[in-house]
Write a protein that binds this ligand. Structure first.
Ligand SMILES: [Zn+2]
Length: 125
């Protein structure tokens, strides 16, 4: 799953379907993410030192990652993400729809860099 904290996502299922919001937290072990303003529930809290009033507290609950889609600014809609290596060997995420890169996810590694052809190497000497 390529969705990360801070991403803008579109909700594609459930009560908040169609909403566009920001990811606060991703829980990879549970395949869930906390999204701003999505899947809000009321938690009833008892009177306590910290909360002398008690009452109802509105907070977000995690949603399944499969119910989210990365929001591509270029496409203006939720899209699927892919990962690819760039010429310098770094890895980036990109929109599968329009091909726009949306940020590096791994630093350059020589092993993944585009191989120089023999002609180019020869020309450098
Ligand atoms: Zn796009």
């Amino acid at each position: 799953m390529l969705i990360r904290t801070g991403d803008m996502v579109e909700v594609i299922a459930g009560a908040d379907r169609g909403q566009k919001s920001r990811v606060i937290l991703v829980d990879r072990a549970a395949d869930k993410a906390l999204v701003e303003g999505v899947n809000r529930v009321y938690k009833h809290v008892r009177r306590s030192q910290k909360n002398p009033q008690g009452g109802r507290l509105s907070k977000e609950m995690p949603v399944q990652l499969s119910n989210l889609r990365f929001f591509c600014d270029t496409c203006g809609r939720g899209v699927r993400l892919g990962a690819r290596f760039l010429d310098d060997g770094s890895k980036e995420r990109y929109c599968r729809k329009c091909g726009t890169g949306v940020g590096q996810i791994a630093p350059p590694k020589s092993g993944h860099a585009k191989k120089k052809t023999k002609a180019k190497v020869a020309a450098k000497r």
